[in-house]
Design a protein around this ligand. Structure first.
Ligand SMILES: Cc1ncc(C[n+]2csc(CCOP(=O)(O)OP(=O)(O)O)c2C)c(N)n1
Ligand SMILES: [Mg+2]
Length: 800
């Protein structure tokens, strides 16, 4: 509390939360002192997701344990102070030795925890980790259960018998604005949901001082009254006088009134909620850890802002309360019996009992007994041995006469990686019910689909070569139709290097449209967590995925990939480009142990995959390289064409026609990543700005095209802002073609005409640019429009 109050005195409006932890303190303390096991040589430790807004309490405890300095506490919410600070919420990116899991985007921690618990089993079933009784604990708010992600995956946990999973829902009956269910009862509601889903439900509702009353309740009238009273009523009782409680709660029945006639008003007011009573919490936790065969949820009733009194206890404003005045501070210290003098209290000092005090000794002893301190993030993981160059060679050679889609290429690469003797077992293919779409069904048989119980039935296609094979040691995580669940598995696998010291390499292959725009927040969390692995967006490209129409055709996932700082995003055209990217990705993430992850789009259009030209590997990784010079050496007119993904083929066709028919020598560049080019440009520009007297650094893209003659045209299957983002570093203006607008159900050819990204529009853009540069007359463009059969009055796809 003092940490938040002081932070806000130092910096008005810096924020923070007091009331969340105030309501959950006993829930955490009992766990810390008796249940949560630390990671050490003899035990892998429990995995704990702390409720994000409770972080001040977790910091305070770490300070008492001697793990955080007083300076860092003083700098709560001020990460940028010179001597360091404590970040507002759990962020492994900012405190990589402390926090493991970002939890503050509410709803993400419960779903991540479920898939984490399942992934722990997966590692055990596949022999990658020793079986263990370690638990995954998740502390969450009752308001948080309204997030679809919180409850959306709970049946997975029961179906998979995840008795290594425990949810603790702090039911303080309030969220930010007011009651969670004023007119209802959140605990009863959650109980029925979890029980229906097959969970072990433990309710911690009433404190010990209700026990004598309950034992007198022979005919159940007290329980009936408890069940009738609404959450809105209970919230009122938490701030009301004993007299009000007597009249209102017990006043509905003379027999109830009789039950409490010997209790004073003060005693009535002090009737505790179970979540504030360690003697009730302990047995609940004990029952949870001893439960076999199903996950457990503990629904603990508490009071939000417990102990804040007039300053916020049980009030609707309590969530936002960050300032206490002198009077309120005095009452707080009195209530919790904190030995600070009345003179000192106005400063809101930190109180730490001496190291040899009973309290500190006890706290440290308990942690020692339980295996060490929590939370702690510690990477103890050896680098892997990189897969051999040989594995990728086939892709460098091209596909000869065979027409192959990049999707087929990446699936083949995955199949080969799975066979590699060093890293094969570490690969974790993850699919949300889309394996057949991507031609991955051969992998079903090759490595099997993971199932904790194996395959208890005879599969309908058992006779076929590629039957649906489920196995206890199956390697594929076939998640069903849940991108959020699949991403949670990706996160568990991609952070196993830190959580378990195991270098699992996830490949999450999904419909690219249902990635960033559907589960962007989980991807953000993955970045925060320093997650590794490959996200593979299949059926990508707004005009390449024919027929599917508006909802499926992705033309913007690469734009949505821009903001994630440690994500590399590539839109490759050819199999060899993918091979280079994956080889380098494995090297950087798992050999060099860099905290990066990758997004690669692959498409389902088939074409001959060319062999890799000499010396292009570096360019592929940096974002662009010259793929083909113009064959027309005589031409007076020039152009530089940028193409990405399958649209590169349109660019190559345009190059040919421009040379043959229009006398334009056009060079073609394969742009594998606008994001890489953009970040490189920003980096160089920033350096130049900060070092005005030194020799200017040149962006890679500028370097590439510095001597390239002619006009610039870029075409991709994505929104035009991608090429536009790098145009500032070109020597002359750029015309971008792309797929802004809603998709359509149509053929590839029709779509590329509609979005104006086919070879004809590329030619048009080149010719138009040449007129603007006064290199040719507008009549030539007029004629080309006719020759190329382009309709100038067609609707603009961007707005139609
Ligand atoms: C996805 C998301 N939406 C909104 C918020 C803002 N927010 C922070 S705490 C909070 C209320 C939390 O209520 P509850 O889950 O009941 O937790 P309590 O503080 O009561 O323990 C809200 C709306 C957030 N952090 N994440
Ligand atoms: Mg709440």
């Amino acid at each position: 509390m003092a940490m938040v109050v002081r932070a806000n005195r130092l910096e008005e409006g810096i924020g923070g939360h007091i009331s969340t932890f105030a309501s959950a303190a006993a829930l955490y303390e009992v766990a810390f002192n008796h249940f949560l096991r630390g990671r050490n040589e003899s035990h892998e430790g429990d995995i704990v997701y702390f409720q994000g807004h409770a972080s001040p309490g977790i910091y305070a405890r770490a300070y008492l344990e001697g793990r955080l300095t007083i300076e860092s506490l003083q700098n709560f919410r001020r990460d940028l102070q010179q001597e360091g600070g404590l970040t507002s919420y759990p962020h492994p990116w900012l405190m990589p030795n402390f926090w493991q899991f970002p939890t503050v985007s509410m709803g993400l921690s419960p779903i991540m925890a479920i898939y984490q618990a399942r992934f722990n089993r997966y590692l055990e079933d596949r022999g990658l980790k020793k079986p263990s009784d370690a638990k995954v604990w998740t502390f969450l708010g009752d308001g948080e259960t309204d997030e679809p992600e919180t409850l959306g995956a709970i049946t997975l946990a029961s179906r998979e018998n995840l008795d290594n999973l425990i949810f603790v829902v702090n039911c303080n009956l309030q969220r930010l604005d007011g009651p969670v269910r004023g007119n209802g009862k959140i605990i009863q509601e959650l109980e029925s949901i979890f029980r229906g889903a097959g969970w072990n439900v433990i309710k911690v509702i009433w404190g010990s001082n209700w026990d004598p009353l309950l034992s007198k309740d022979k005919d159940g009238i007290l329980v009936k009254r408890m069940t009738e009273a609404l959450d809105g009523d209970y919230q009122k009782y938490s701030v009301a006088s004993g007299e009000y409680i007597r009249n209102h709660f017990f006043g509905t029945d003379p027999r109830l009134q009789d039950m409490v006639k010997n209790l004073s008003d003060t005693e009535l007011q002090k009737l505790r909620r179970g979540g504030h009573d360690p003697e009730k919490i302990y047995p609940a936790y004990k029952a949870a850890v001893e439960n076999i065969g199903s996950p457990t949820v503990i629904l603990a009733k508490t009071i939000k802002g417990y102990g804040l009194g007039e300053a916020g206890e049980g009030r609707n404003i309590t969530h936002q309360q960050k300032k206490l005045n002198e009077e309120e501070l005095k009452l707080f210290k009195k209530r919790f019996d904190i030995p600070i003098s009345d003179e000192d209290i106005s400063r809101a000092p930190f109180y730490k009992p001496p190291d040899d005090s009973q309290e500190i000794k006890y706290l440290k002893e308990r942690r020692h007994e339980l295996g060490g301190y929590l939370p702690k993030r510690e990477v103890i993981c050896d680098p892997i041995k990189a897969p051999p160059e040989k594995l990728f060679e086939e892709f460098y050679k091209g596909s000869g006469k065979r027409e192959v889609a990049t999707t087929m290429a990446i699936v083949r690469m995955l199949a080969k990686l799975l066979k590699d003797k060093n890293i094969g077992k570490l690969i974790v293919p993850i699919v949300p019910d889309e394996a057949r779409t991507f031609g991955m069904e051969a992998l079903f048989r090759q490595v099997g689909i993971y199932s904790h119980v194996g395959q208890l039935y005879e599969p309908v296609d058992a006779e076929t070569l590629l039957y649906y094979k489920e196995a206890i040691d199956g390697q594929i995580l076939e998640e069903g139709i849940t991108e959020a669940g699949s991403m949670s598995s990706f996160i568990a696998a991609g952070t196993a290097y830190a959580t378990h010291g195991i270098n699992t390499i996830p490949f999450f292959i999904y419909y690219s449209m249902f990635g960033f725009q559907r589960i962007g927040d989980l991807i953000w969390a993955a970045g925060d967590m320093r997650c590794k692995g490959f996200m593979v967006g299949g059926t990508a490209g707004r005009t390449t995925l024919a027929g599917e129409g508006l909802q499926h055709q992705d033309g913007h996932s690469h734009l949505l990939a821009y903001p994630i700082p440690n994500l590399k995003a590539y839109d490759p055209a050819f199999a060899y480009e993918i091979a280079v990217i994956i080889q380098e990705g494995i090297r950087r993430m798992y050999v060099e142990q860099e905290d990066l992850f990758y997004y690669i789009t692959v498409m389902n259009e088939t074409y001959k995959q060319p062999p890799m030209p000499q010396g292009v590997k570096e360019g592929i990784l940096k974002g662009m390289y010259k793929f083909r010079d113009s064959q027309n050496k005589e031409a007076k007119l020039h152009a530089q064409l940028f193409g990405s993904g399958t649209i590169l083929n349109e660019v190559l066709k345009a190059q040919e026609v421009l040379g043959d028919k229009y006398g334009v020598a056009a060079d073609v560049w394969s742009v594998t990543s606008y994001k890489e080019l953009y970040r490189d440009g920003l980096e160089k520009e920033r350096w130049n700005m900060l070092h005005p007297s030194e020799i200017k650094r040149v962006p890679y893209i500028t370097e590439c095209v510095k001597d390239a003659p002619g006009v610039f045209v870029a075409a991709s299957d994505y929104v035009m802002v991608l090429p536009d983002s790098i145009s500032q570093w070109l020597p002359r203006p750029l015309v971008s073609l792309g797929t802004d607008g809603f998709g359509r159900s149509a053929s590839r050819k029709a779509l590329r005409d509609f979005f104006e990204v086919d070879w004809r529009y590329i030619i048009l853009a080149v010719l138009a640019s040449l007129t603007w540069e006064k290199k040719i007359e507008p009549e030539i463009v007029e004629k080309a429009i006719l020759d190329l059969d382009i309709n100038p009055s067609k609707a603009n796809p961007m707005i139609s």
